[in-house]
Design a protein. Sequence first.
Length: 256
Amino acid sequence: MNIGFVGTGTITEAIVTGVLASTLPVTTIHLSPRNKDIAARLAEKSPIVHQEADNQGVVDAAHTVFLAIRPQIAQEVITALRFRPGQKVVSLVATLDPKTLNGWIQQDVHLTQAIPLPFVAERQGVTAIFPPDAEVASFFAALGTAVEAQTKAEYDLLAAASALMGTYFGILETSTRWLESKGLPYEQAKAYLAPLFASLSETAVKSQSRSFAELRLEFSTRGGLNEQASGDFDRNGGSAALEKALDGLLKRIRTE
Ligand SMILES: NC(=O)c1ccc[n+]([C@@H]2O[C@H](COP(=O)([O-])OP(=O)(O)OC[C@H]3O[C@@H](n4cnc5c(N)ncnc54)[C@H](OP(=O)(O)O)[C@@H]3O)[C@@H](O)[C@H]2O)c1
């Protein structure tokens, strides 16, 4: 397996780090020279990592090319490249519509979209891909798990869900600050809440057959504190605010 990356930034570093620690049969990794420091750091990690002279060098050398540049410069970078007919291209560029991308590529390539998350570095990242593709799915499955969207609509919904990471930490920060305001030192509050939420997530991942609603019931004693808190959260607009945020994300994803 011979892969290349146009754009060597945060997500490329995470993927390459995961790949190097995985059992994937990757023989060569071609990196574009930007960012120089990250490319040099990754090349130092393994002899299979090569820094190419330019973006075209990556496209020419790689069987599968990952597009990992920011959306703002994507058109300029991609329209300057010449791809081979049938070449595998995986776009990681958030909110970039495949029709637009195909128009820029101007070649009959095999295009897949993917949303890897930084956790692929530890091979614990869940990656949404569209359209379903066995090779791309098994690549990302080796870096955690892969979820293949069957339709563009499904993929857009997963993209919306992937944007809840900041909200998650926001809930933790608000809770930690509240505990601090009532007298618990910030570090102690954080040391309590982070493992608590990690255990809840682990329980959800392991409980494939139980819905979140069932877990909520299981973790809320009737008339107890957990039931009181989630009821208050709902009544005070917590759930409605979350739905509104998701609506806003989906609207943006569909129109960009
Ligand atoms: N970070 C994530 O968790 C994540 C997850 C899923 C998808 N994505 C998507 O992946 C893409 C990259 O995100 P990122 O977070 O990795 O961004 P990033 O850290 O800013 O990386 C982008 C890289 O592109 C390089 N670059 C700039 N101009 C270039 C050019 N003309 N040719 C080639 N490379 C060039 C930059 O190099 P310089 O530093 O030298 O400017 C930078 O290293 C985005 O479209 C983002 O939506 C990111």
